[in-house]
Design a protein around this ligand. Structure first.
Ligand SMILES: Cc1ncc(COP(=O)(O)O)c(C=O)c1O
Length: 415
């Protein structure tokens, strides 16, 4: 490992690849991983990763507090996950049907997640949320869905952030409420028509990109459950971003509120492509009636990786590690910001930190901070929550705090 702070960061190949990409990839890059609108210090292209560290294409090393936007939950190249994936790859990945691992993985998820009595698999979080809503609609024979305004549930036309390329009809059956606001849910029910509501979809806490995060009010969670029961609608939990980072089961289990269906992806296989739809028994029949599939949905390698990941998460107390490291980071960062004299706002669970600067117009301060952090060899995002993995260590937090002192001073100077 290099001395991250003193390492001179040359970025020749990254900019050369950006130039080439601009001719053959729309926009040069697209989706959540594009750095086009971020400071130049954010690399676009990466070469390799291990533990909590990543290397860009120019060989610069970073401590990564984004974990590839969440999938990396045990650290890059976790030995047990890699061994399980390699063993399965040696036998085959895409096969004429699923391998034994699909049954083992479904059994493991049913054992681990309290509300789960069955499981189906797909590839991405968008698949999982979309399939969950299809199951809810097939079960209820109703059309309407309530979702929190501003929440991200995927890039399908019913959910994507931008309207370009979609039609109003794509989301004609979606009505919106405000997270943690019961009265707004009741208004949305009235607007949608109680008789036609198939589901209320919700994330375990408010994690809209670009906003401070908000933990769920337990009374709100309980009221959503009651309303779904009164309506005969499914409570659908979007665990895609949060799954297994807050709890070794469902994120609302500590509250005693169970959804009927839940959508998972990102962290469940430590970076291997897989998503899961979990559900309560009464929804299994509808789930068996819908037609959903994909050429690569039944690949055996991601399933083997998922089994190894879910076992390692519990065996290694990953949630406990992320909480401990995350608490040190949050407390240390708060103290540092007070010392340097830059007001900051940290929100959400410590293992998924979100930083904002009060009154920051157009994320100007956040951009200065994230650019300085990258120059110091620390990856953070200026307007999206960060992610910890169980591979983050006390030394990584120390490194974060050293870099953050420089980042905060840069913010101070930019004012
Ligand atoms: C809460 C939530 N739901 C759904 C999705 C969509 O997942 P994917 O990008 O894997 O399709 C995401 C992705 O960031 C997410 O954060």
């Amino acid at each position: 490992m290099t001395d991250l702070a003193s390492h001179e960061r040359v970025r020749t190949l990254d900019f050369e690849l950006r130039r080439r990409a601009a001719s053959v990839i729309p926009g040069g890059m697209y989706g959540h991983m594009t750095v086009g609108a971020l400071p130049d210090a954010h690399p676009q292209f990466y070469e390799r990763a291990e533990g909590s560290r990543v290397w860009d294409v120019d060989g610069n090393e970073y401590v990564d507090f984004m974990c590839s936007f969440g999938p990396i939950i045990l650290g890059y190249q976790h030995p047990k996950v890699e061994a399980a994936a390699a063993a399965q790859r040696a036998k085959g990945d895409t096969l004429p049907g699923p391998s034994e691992s699909i049954v083992e993985l479904a059994e493991l998820l049913v054992e681990r997640v309290a509300h789960a009595e069955w499981s189906m698999f797909a590839k991405n979080g968008t698949d999982a949320t979309t399939v969950s809503l299809m199951v809810a609609r097939a079960h209820t024979a109703r059309s309407k869905v309530l979702a929190a305004a501003g929440a991200y549930h995927g890039s399908a036309p019913w959910a994507t952030f931008r309207m370009e390329g979609t039609t109003p009809g794509d989301r004609a059956n979606v009505h919106y409420y405000e997270f943690n606001d019961t009265a707004s849910v009741e208004r949305a029910i009235e607007q949608a028509g109680a008789q036609d509501i198939a589901a209320i979809i919700v994330s375990p806490f408010k994690h809209h990109a670009g906003f401070d995060q908000e933990m769920v009010d337990p009374a709100f969670a309980r009221r959503l459950r009651e309303l779904c029961d009164e309506l005969g609608a499914a409570l659908v939990m979007d665990e895609v971003r949060s799954g297994f980072r807050l709890n070794h089961g469902g994120s609302w289990e500590p509250l005693g509120v169970d959804p009927d269906l839940s959508a998972w992806s990102k962290g469940i296989a430590n970076g291997y492509p897989i998503a899961a739809i979990l559900g309560k028994a009464p929804y299994a029949e509808a789930a068996s009636r819908i037609f959903v599939t994909g050429s690569f949905w039944f690949q055996a390698v991601p399933m083997a990786a998922a089994i190894a990941t879910i076992n390692a998460l519990q065996d290694e107390d990953a949630v406990g590690t992320m909480e401990r490291i995350g608490t040190r980071l949050r407390d240390g960062f708060d103290q540092l910001a007070r010392e340097v004299g830059v007001p900051i706002c940290q929100t959400g669970p410590v293992q998924m930190p979100n930083l904002s600067f009060p009154g920051d117009q157009e994320f100007a301060k956040a951009f200065v901070f994230s650019a300085a952090m990258h120059e110091q060899g620390v990856i953070v995002h200026p307007r999206h929550n960060w992610f910890l993995s169980a591979a983050h260590s006390d030394a990584d937090v120390d490194r974060f705090l050293e870099a953050a002192e420089i980042g905060l001073r840069a913010v101070l100077e930019s004012e």
